[in-house]
Design a binder for this molecule. Structure first.
Ligand SMILES: *Cc1c(COP(=O)(O)O)cnc(C)c1O
Length: 471
């Protein structure tokens, strides 16, 4: 498909304004362009067709099943988009007088109350604009806490090897060094390994529970106790909360700080790079360190880590989250979690015979299968299967993550898929299994039905072409 710049036609355009009937006022010389802007020129219908054609090449949640593990690509109610688009929300300015923004203040107040309740935390801050940003802010709270106690030796953050990549990255950004611990054979935290690395230099632990292999760590209380006993703090990466929301609370598991991705679990679509919201919750003793630039500052700010973003972050994401919470209510939020877990287990069981899961036992909202054996016996990789799934009209699951499982396919159906969709997905997987037995070579050519076939992934990652350079 041609780029819009390659379709440009000199002289074309779609301006329908009447000719100017007042004298032109030219810009002063210093402000005027020396060369005309390089803008594409197309007729209106060409522009319209160009963008429609682009839209047809995209695969999103609105197009089909999208089981991208560790990223919760679920269907989000369109009603919440309508609500976030109401002019009272979109037209508001954060510096308006309070008496003109009562509705917006109420949104923040209620969202904070409900999210605190779900988190089991005492305070909630809306500034961070993404999950990684929330982790960064949360770890600055750890740092400020240890500094306030003149405990300068605590420089290390413990991160299990199954963690999302943003965890170690945020720890380094916040000025800590990272201590990696290997997971046990059951995919969970190895308590002895944890004990061996905790000590007077431990600033804290970062954990996702359920973790990225979809398992709820049965030793969670012991894990957080070990870290607390050593003088460290516990950080809960709650990017994907759909497995536990309304069922168990990070605060009750022994965590001191948590972030939620409102753009994964609470009804803002994601995948296009934003806007998002990585709200951060914390326990009482950390409240003095929270950012205070939002509508409801949690303290006088004397010990605050400073602002990580202006005002209340991406407010319209909070509007969607509140709409979602109010629609579901206290009764149905746990139902989201139950369905997320049920759907994942249903699909896992349907695939088990042909694609056994990497870890035994029931899973939470996602599960991981390993193609290691099929690769050894038939030369078929996780990538081949992912591409073959595209041919069958679904988005591939996450592949080659987590790193602790070889030839990993990490599948999260999400709570919003029907049994029919899950049955279709299982059928697609099983037909790929048949294809592997019949003609495994043919899988290396997949996908054959998509607009772009198999790009050179190394080239695409190492030398991405992200910008049009005119000839
Ligand atoms: C998505 C995700 C993150 C990072 O969130 P962003 O909004 O992309 O920065 C962190 N941890 C886990 C487990 C995630 O799934």
């Amino acid at each position: 498909m041609k780029l819009i710049f390659e379709k440009t036609k000199p002289g074309a355009g779609c301006s329908v304004l009447p000719p100017c009937d007042v004298p032109e006022a030219p810009l002063p010389d210093w402000a005027a362009r020396k060369k005309p802007a390089r803008l594409p020129a197309l007729d209106e219908n060409q522009i319209s067709r160009h963008y429609s054609a682009l839209a047809k090449r995209v695969f999103g949640v609105n197009d089909g099943f999208y089981p991208l593990g560790s990223c919760t690509m679920k269907y989000n109610p369109k009603l919440n988009e309508e609500l976030a688009g109401l002019p009272g929300f979109t037209g508001v300015h954060p510096l308006q007088p309070d008496h003109t923004t009562r509705g917006c203040r109420k949104v923040l107040e209620l969202a904070s109350q409900y999210l605190r309740e779900i988190a089991g935390m005492d305070a909630m801050n809306f500034e961070p604009a993404a999950g990684a940003h929330g982790e960064f802010a949360g770890l600055l709270l750890f740092k400020a806490y240890h500094e306030s106690r003149k405990d300068a030796a605590r420089t290390k953050i413990i991160v299990p090897d199954s963690a999302h990549g943003t965890n170690p990255a945020s720890a380094v950004m916040a000025g800590f060094s990272v201590v990696n611990i290997a997971s046990g054979p059951d995919g969970c935290v190895d308590l002895d390994a944890l004990k061996a690395v905790t000590g007077p230099d431990t600033a804290g632990l970062m954990l996702t529970n359920p973790n990225t292999v979809g398992l709820f760590d049965p030793n969670i209380l012991e894990i957080t106790r070990i870290v607390h006993k050593a003088g460290g703090l516990n950080y809960y990466d709650g990017a994907n909360l759909n497995a536990i929301m309304g069922i168990v609370r990070p605060g009750d598991m022994g965590f001191d700080v948590v972030h939620f991705n409102l753009h994964k679990s609470f009804s803002t679509p994601h995948g296009g790079g934003g806007p998002g919201s990585g709200v951060v919750g914390c326990k009482d003793f950390l409240v003095p360190f929270l950012p205070v630039s939002g509508t409801f500052p949690a303290s006088d700010g004397a010990q605050s880590i400073g602002r990580v973003r202006a005002f209340d972050g991406n407010f319209l994401v909070v509007v969607r989250a509140l709409a979602y919470l109010l629609t579901l209510g206290k009764e149905n939020i746990p139902e989201v979690a139950r369905n997320a877990v049920l759907n994942a287990n249903y699909l896992m069981e349907k695939l088990r015979d042909k694609f056994p899961p990497a870890y035994p036992g029931p899973c939470m909202h996602e599960f991981v299968i390993s193609l290691e054996k099929l690769k050894a016996s038939h030369g078929v990789s996780a990538l081949d299967v992912a591409k073959a799934l595209q041919d069958r009209g679904m988005h591939p699951p996450t592949i080659y993550f987590p790193l602790i499982v070889h030839e990993a396919l990490m599948i999260e159906p999400t709570e919003t898929e029907s049994k029919e969709t899950l049955d279709e997905a299982a059928a697609a997987f099983l037909s790929i299994y048949d294809q592997i037995l019949e003609d495994s070579e043919s899988l290396h050519a997949a996908p054959v039905n998509t607009v772009i076939l198999r790009p050179d992934e190394v080239q695409a990652a190492r030398k991405p072409v992200l910008r049009y350079v005119p000839s």
